[in-house]
Design a protein around this ligand. Structure first.
Ligand code: AMP
Length: 193
């Protein structure tokens, strides 16, 4: 029954770590970015709407994102725990998630903050642009995504820190090494797979 959030700047390695942690803990990784990309690829109504924001590096509106997460967390596999990757990203999303958890009579166990310096993050994202061809990995859009993260998402770290939930992890290094740091830090808080 582990409920985790993964927070960090674009390019900090959230997606990669989310997959590994979900496997370790036997819980689903719920990535709003992945869900939006899946919908964009399949040209659904949600995808068309999301794309117009994603391509510019802006956030998809809270109402849309909150509904998406609410229905995803209501699925059976999330009852025994989940790892949210890339949600919440705004103050309003925090309030919504609090409501969802309260309604379910549950709470978060920890918020994993992955850190990486800006130069490294930009380098990784430009690299990913070449490897994966993501439409939002161009230099201008990357810059905007980092700005939006600083403005809207970085302040959430304090919100969760005041609840004593934040575990800060250096996101630089080999993938397995970073996963090891996260699992060790969680174990030190009594959270283990
Ligand atoms: P990510 O893969 O997590 O970097 O997400 C890619 C893009 O999807 C973001 O730049 C946003 O446009 C959108 N997105 C993902 N998660 C959220 C969220 N929680 N709130 C709003 N927009 C989101």
């Amino acid at each position: 029954m582990t409920r985790l959030l993964l927070i960090g700047a674009p390019g900090a390695g959230k997606g990669t770590q989310a997959v590994r942690l979900a496997e370790t803990f036997g819980i689903p990784a719920v990535s709003t970015g992945d869900i939006f990309r899946y919908n964009v690829k399949n040209e659904t109504e949600l995808g068309k709407l999301a794309k117009s924001f994603m391509d510019r590096g802006e956030y998809v509106p809270d109402s849309v994102t909150n509904d998406l997460v609410r229905s995803r967390l209501a699925e059976a596999d999330a009852a025994a725990g989940f790892l949210l990757d890339g949600y919440p990203r705004t103050a309003e999303q925090v309030v919504e998630l609090d409501g969802m958890l309260e309604a379910a009579g549950t709470q978060l166990d920890a918020v994993v903050l992955l850190t990486a310096d800006t130069d490294e993050v930009v380098r990784r994202l430009l690299n990913r642009a070449v490897e994966q061809g993501r439409a939002d990995d161009t230099e201008d859009v990357i810059r905007r995504r980092l700005e939006v993260y600083e403005e809207q998402t970085a302040p959430l770290i304090n919100v969760y820190a005041s609840r004593n939930l934040v575990v800060t992890i250096d996101g630089l290094g080999e993938v397995a090494e970073v996963t090891g740091r996260i699992t060790a830090a969680l174990a030190a808080r009594g959270i283990s797979a």
